[in-house]
Design a protein around this ligand. Structure first.
Ligand code: NG1
Ligand code: ZN
Length: 531
């Protein structure tokens, strides 16, 4: 078939280095950018097949998020803006690892297994981050789509959540919004402006926010968005890529892991600040107090703020909708305790990786999910959205209920339900703080984090560690969990677990305890037990 001749021809321009093996992990393929050209081309091929199979538009995002500038990566986005299924992740790994001469065999095998109708049209949206390697790598993706005669639309520089949004808008015939960057700003910012109208007496201090753009795409996009919200939110962008290196000593991952401010940011005591990661799907907040001490408000604090706000609104509208917060094992123990005991909301714990959290959140009318590292969003079920919409239009609803229903409606519109989104989360958080007249210190004081420490351990083969109970307990190697249990017993309010990373060749160790010294010591002792 002529179609496959084109694949052969173009794939020879994107040859696979013999013997190289890559794995489609939690965040797609990720590696040093030098090794990825063939992976990009082949992901373009697979996205085209996925589009033919689903009869819908598929997204391909070229980014390595918080990884160093030298790395890159690629991720597929399914029709509703969600992650692809485990089966197709498996195909991605097979296709990318096929040696050059076997490519067509593996490709045809996938077509056969999935009974893909090759005469079906295909449509693929492509986006990229600001890495210098992203230019040629995203071109390789476009070549892959072309090789199978698919249509592609190159969105160029966009954040990861923006591309998820475009894919969802396209496949819902505009019901979710308009699939353009301008349409994205319009939808989110209009909802934000509506929300903020409910804030009384906002001071200039409250209207100001400093953002660390991680020298990446988020900074660029904030500049584009600024004019839409200027009257209500004055943003100072630091690490906007004009001087520093992407993710280097800045960005959400650096701030969360190092528990200190990014370099390149001017902070006065008490001032509200936040950091995005390299592709703007994560956000964390922080401030320094008058003694110069650093305070981090991570994904757990964000989930708490948002779920408190939503729960209060649900009480006001009198709708019986089930709200839950979804976390991972990395959630600070204090947050879980506060949510369950004080807030009385349902808390679920899932394995690390957004797809697990997203999936669990879909089981509730309102599912607030956040990883401690700041990746998260809120999902509203169709039923919840309908009930809220009806209330906003009901002539028999009293003013208080109507106001609360409007706030819920605008929250639905400001939040990017397809995936965690730093820009969208930031707008919602800013609106909530303004409406509640809350300072960042008051937000921080809702509960006190248990001191914690995360470490990485290099081992010969991280896959020997197998876990259960949402990764909170190790089932292999034999004796490891018992060793962790006895170390944990030495410290007050302590908890610790280990798991193999899905994105790096390391084992991650997490420990929390009553004091920072204890958390550090426990993390260190557990990492020795992992060897
Ligand atoms: P791994 O490398 O599997 O721990 C990391 C993050 C995840 C998620 C993915 C994808 C931690 C502890 N892990 O996964 O939460 O964000 O990267 O980027 O933060
Ligand atoms: Zn990211």
């Amino acid at each position: 078939m002529a179609q496959f001749q084109e694949v052969s021809k173009l794939s020879s321009q994107h040859p696979k280095p013999p013997g190289l093996v890559l794995q489609y992990g939690t965040a797609g393929f990720r590696s040093n950018a030098k090794h990825l050209d063939h992976a990009m081309f082949r992901t373009g091929l697979l996205a085209t097949l996925r589009s033919k199979k689903t009869k819908a538009t598929i997204g391909v995002m070229v980014t390595a998020s918080h990884n160093p500038e030298e790395d890159n990566g690629v991720k597929l986005i399914d029709p509703m803006g969600n992650m692809v299924t485990a089966e197709w992740e498996g195909y991605a790994t097979q296709l990318v690892n096929a040696e050059q001469d076997d490519l067509l065999i593996v490709l045809k095998d996938i077509i056969e297994k999935e009974t893909v109708n090759m005469s079906q049209e295909a449509n693929v949206f492509v986006g990229k981050d600001t890495r210098s390697s992203s230019v040629s790598l995203s071109q390789a993706v476009l070549d892959g789509v072309l090789a199978l005669s698919g249509h592609s639309k190159d969105y160029g520089l966009v954040t990861t959540p923006q591309l998820h949004y475009m894919v969802c808008c396209q496949n819902t015939q505009g019901k979710y919004g308009e699939p353009t960057v301008e349409g994205y700003y319009r939808k989110l910012c209009q909802a934000f402006i509506q929300l903020i109208k409910n804030a009384s007496n906002c001071t200039d201090d409250q209207k100001h926010l400093s953002v660390d753009g991680a020298n990446g795409i988020g900074a660029l996009k904030l500049h584009e968005m600024e004019s839409h919200v200027k009257s209500e939110l004055q943003i100072s962008v630091f690490n906007d890529g004009s001087k520093g290196k992407l993710n280097y000593e800045c960005g959400a991952d650096f701030v969360k892991m190092q528990q200190k401010p990014p370099t390149g940011m001017e902070m006065s005591p008490g001032e509200r600040c936040c950091s995005y990661d390299g592709d703007a799907d994560r956000i964390v907040y922080y401030y320094t107090d008058s003694e110069g001490q650093f305070h981090l408000l991570d994904g757990d604090k964000i989930a708490t703020l948002i779920s408190t706000f939503l729960k209060e609104l649900l009480t006001q509208v009198g709708l019986d909708l089930k709200i839950a917060v979804v976390q991972t094992a990395y959630a600070n123990g204090s947050s879980t305790r506060y949510l369950e005991d004080t807030m009385k909301v349902i808390v679920r714990c899932t394995k690390t990786g957004v797809k697990h959290l997203h999936h669990a959140a879909q089981e509730f009318d309102i599912g607030v999910y956040f990883e401690a590292n700041g990746h998260g969003t809120v999902l509203f079920s169709e039923v919840a959205e309908e009930k809220i919409q009806l209330l906003t239009q009901d002539p028999n609803t009293n003013d208080e209920r109507k106001r609360a229903a409007q706030l819920l409606q605008n929250t639905i519109n400001v939040i990017n339900q397809t995936v965690g989104d730093a820009i969208s989360d930031m707008l919602l958080i800013e609106a909530i703080l303004a409406i509640k007249g809350m300072t960042v210190q008051q937000w921080d004081a809702i509960y006190t984090d248990l001191p914690n420490r995360q470490l990485k351990v290099k081992v010969a083969d991280r896959r020997v560690i197998d876990t259960t109970d949402a990764e909170r307990r190790a089932v292999s190697p034999a004796g490891l969990q018992e060793a962790i249990d006895s170390l944990v017993k030495k410290y007050k309010l302590a908890r610790s677990f280990v798991r193999p990373s899905g994105t790096e060749d390391v084992v991650r160790v997490y420990a929390e305890a009553e004091t920072q010294e204890s958390a550090d010591a426990l993390a260190h002792e557990v990492s020795l037990a992992v060897y």
